[in-house]
Design a protein around this ligand. Structure first.
Ligand SMILES: [Zn+2]
Length: 71
């Protein structure tokens, strides 16, 4: 199965080999990350990760302290 490269910083799929693969490093077109470490996963795994991220963000919202609104 074809795997896609994911930026470890911003989780973008816009990752490509830097300088045509000459340096062996990867470049993220979204955030500008350059490094030899990237996440590699199938489309299904990527989707799963993004759904988990979304879920965790919702959990973060819920865990914010209540009653701090300035009204
Ligand atoms: Zn990035």
């Amino acid at each position: 199965m074809k795997r896609i490269l994911i930026c470890p910083v911003c989780k973008s799929k816009d990752v490509e080999l830097d300088a045509g693969g000459y340096t062996g490093k990867y470049y993220c077109k979204n955030c500008g990350y350059v490094g030899s470490f990237v996440l590699e996963m199938t489309k299904g795994e990527y989707k799963e990760m993004m759904e988990k991220e979304k879920f965790e963000r919702i959990e973060d919202e819920k865990s914010k302290p209540k009653g701090v609104r300035e009204d």
